[in-house]
Design a protein around this ligand. Structure first.
Ligand code: ADP
Length: 501
C-alpha cells in the first residue's frame, strides 16, 4: 500500500499528513510556530523554528501510522506563499526572520516604485499589482537592512526562497547538496517571474535590486525535485510535488479545468478560478497566477481573489479582545443573536486586498449603537468573511466568461455551519463542502503521487472527490442587496486612513 506524505507549511502551523491511495488522511502531526510582531504592520516567523517543526511533525505522522520510509512513495510540499526567507548557503542560517506575506513594512518602497508607472507597472508580465504582499520588496528590505547582506548577496553567499523552497533545501541536505528550487506557482507570487516564460526576469530583478544568484530554480509543480537526505526519517524518498497553498487547495478540490473554482477560508480567504491554458488579465482587481504545471505539460493559469483577513479576525476576537477562548466558540457566540444588529467589521488590518487594493485602508467597526453586544461582534466577524467573498466572486464573474454556479469551499472556517449558511445566503448560489476538508495538503499529495505513479491520471483524482454537505441560499434578492449595500458603505469608511508618508 503506497502512502504519500504531504508537508503543509502554513502561516500559523506546520503539518505533516500521511494520505493513502484513496486520498484519505491516515495520520498527521501538527505544530504551531511563533507569530512575531516587532512593530504595527510587521509580521515575522523564525525560519529555523519552522524547519525544526517540520522534522518533528513528519516523525509524529509516521509513528502514529506506524509506517516507515519504505511505505512512502513520495513527498509533497505546500506552503504559505510569498513569505520570504534569505539564508546563508554555507551555514544554512537565515540572516533575518522570515518576512510574512501579511507584513506591510515595504509600503514605502512600493510607493517609490509605483511613482514611476503606477501599481500596474509589472502586471502585464507578472499578473500582479505592486504590493507589499508579494516577495520582491521583502527580499529587497532584507538586503537593505541586514548588515552586510547586499555585499554577501552580490558575492553569491545567500539564497532566497519562499517556505516551500526553505523546507525543500533543508530536506534534501541543506548546505550539503540541498536542492535550491521552487515551483511555478510559488514563483508566480514573487513579482519577479514572467507568467509566459516561467523564468525570472532580469529587468524585474534589477528594478527591485535583487542579484540573480539569490534565486532558486523554477520547476513544474508535479515532477522530481530531489530526494530526502540520508539522516532524514524519509531518507531517499523522492520529493515530487510542490504547490503554494492556494494552488494546492485548488488541486485538492480537483478543479483542474477551465471554469472550475474553489474558495479557501483560513487566515485569509483565497478564491481561485481556473482559466486553463489561457492567461486572463483582470479588470476587476483579481490577480493572474499559475494554477499548476505537471512536468512535460503546459502550465495552467488562474484568476485569484485574495482577501487578507478572514479567519484571523476570529483570532483577533480571541487573542486581542478575549471575547472567546477558542476559534470554534465564535459560532455559539454569533448564534446568541438573530442578526448582526447593524454592526459591520471591515478588517482592513493591513489595508484591503482584492478587489480594492487599498493600502491606505485600516480596520473599522461601523453601525455601533447602545444595543450592540459581543454576539453582534461575533456575527459581524463571520459575515465579514462572507461579504468579502461575495465581492471577489462578483469580480471573478465579471472577468471570466462563465458565471460560477456553485462554490466549493475548504479551510479551517468551513467547520462553521452558521458562516457557510450565511455565505450561501449572501452569494445566492449553493456552497459545497467536500468530505476531505484538508484540501491543501491533499493537493500537494496529489501532485506528488501523480509523479510517482500512485495515481496515473487526473481522472483517478477526480474519482476521489466526494461531497460532504451543501448549503442552499435562503435570502430573497431584496434582503441580499440591502445587506450588501450596508457592507459596501462600511467598506468606504475604512478608506483614506493611513497618510501617504
Ligand atoms: P491557515 O492554513 O491559514 O493557517 P486554517 O485553514 O487552519 O488556516 O484555518 C484556521 C483559521 O480558521 C483561523 O484563523 C481560525 O481563527 C479560523 N477558525 C477555526 N475554526 C473556526 C470556526 N469554527 N469558526 C470560525 N473560524 C474558525
Amino acid at each position: 500500500m503506497p502512502y504519500i506524505v504531504a508537508i503543509d507549511q502554513g502561516t500559523t502551523s506546520t503539518r505533516a499528513i500521511l494520505f493513502d491511495q484513496q486520498g484519505s488522511p491516515v495520520a498527521s502531526g501538527q505544530l504551531e510556530h511563533r507569530q512575531i510582531f516587532p512593530q504595527p504592520g510587521w509580521v515575522e516567523h523564525d525560519a529555523a523554528e519552522i524547519w525544526r517543526n517540520t522534522r518533528e511533525v513528519i516523525g509524529t505522522a509516521l509513528s502514529k501510522a506506524d509506517v516507515t520510509r519504505h511505505d512512502i512513495a513520495g513527498i509533497g510540499i505546500t506552503n504559505q506563499r510569498e513569505t520570504t526567507v534569505v539564508w546563508d548557503r554555507t551555514t544554512g542560517e537565515p540572516i533575518h526572520n522570515a518576512i510574512v506575506w501579511q507584513d506591510t513594512r515595504t509600503q514605502g518602497l512600493v510607493d517609490r516604485l509605483a511613482a514611476d508607472g503606477g501599481i500596474d507597472r509589472f502586471t502585464e508580465i507578472t499578473g500582479l499589482p505592486l504590493a507589499t504582499y508579494f516577495s520582491a520588496t521583502k527580499i529587497a528590505w532584507i538586503l537593505d537592512n541586514v548588515d552586510g547582506a547586499r555585499q554577501r548577496a552580490e558575492a553569491g553567499e545567500l539564497m532566497f526562497g519562499t517556505t516551500d523552497c526553505w523546507v525543500l533545501w533543508n530536506l534534501t541536505g541543506g548546505p550539503d547538496g540541498g536542492v535550491h528550487a521552487t515551483d511555478v506557482t510559488n514563483a508566480s507570487r514573487t513579482l519577479l517571474m514572467d507568467l509566459r516564460t516561467l523564468e525570472w526576469r532580469d529587468d524585474l530583478l534589477e528594478a527591485f535590486g535583487i542579484p540573480r544568484s539569490l534565486m532558486p530554480e523554477i520547476r513544474p509543480s508535479s515532477g522530481l525535485f530531489g530526494h530526502a537526505e540520508s539522516s532524514s526519517l524519509l531518507r531517499e524518498v523522492p520529493i515530487t510535488g510542490v504547490l503554494g497553498d492556494q494552488q494546492a487547495a485548488t488541486f485538492g478540490q480537483v478543479a483542474f479545468d477551465a471554469g472550475e473554482s474553489k474558495n479557501t477560508y483560513g487566515t485569509g480567504n483565497f478564491l481561485i478560478v481556473n482559466t486553463g491554458e489561457e492567461i486572463v488579465s483582470s479588470t476587476n482587481g483579481l490577480l493572474t497566477t499559475v494554477a499548476y504545471q505537471i512536468d512535460g505539460d503546459a502550465p495552467r493559469y488562474a484568476l485569484e481573489g485574495s482577501i487578507a483577513v478572514t479567519g484571523s479576525l476570529v483570532q483577533w476576537l480571541r487573542d486581542n479582545l478575549g471575547l472567546i477562548s477558542d476559534a470554534s466558540e465564535v459560532e455559539a457566540l454569533a448564534a446568541s443573536v438573530p442578526d448582526n444588529g447593524g454592526v459591520y467589521i471591515v478588517p482592513a488590518f493591513s489595508g484591503l486586498f482584492a478587489p480594492y487594493w487599498r493600502p491606505d485602508a485600516r480596520g473599522v467597526i461601523t453601525g455601533l449603537t447602545r444595543f450592540a453586544n459581543k454576539g453582534h461582534f461575533a456575527r459581524a466577524a463571520l459575515e465579514a468573511a462572507a461579504f468579502q467573498t461575495r465581492e471577489v466572486l462578483d469580480a471573478a464573474n465579471a472577468d471570466a466568461d462563465v458565471a460560477i454556479e456553485e462554490l466549493r469551499v475548504d479551510g479551517g472556517m468551513v467547520a462553521n455551519d452558521t458562516l457557510m449558511q450565511f455565505q450561501a445566503d449572501i452569494l445566492g448560489i449553493p456552497v459545497v463542502r467536500p468530505k476531505v476538508p484538508e484540501t491543501t495538503a491533499l493537493g500537494a499529495a496529489y501532485a506528488a503521487g501523480l509523479a510517482t505513479g500512485v495515481w496515473t491520471s487526473l481522472d483517478d483524482l477526480r474519482a476521489n472527490w466526494a461531497e460532504d454537505r451543501r448549503w442552499e441560499p435562503r435570502f430573497d434578492e431584496a434582503e441580499r442587496e440591502r445587506r450588501l449595500a450596508e457592507w459596501r458603505k462600511a467598506v468606504t469608511r475604512s478608506f483614506d486612513w493611513v497618510d501617504a508618508d
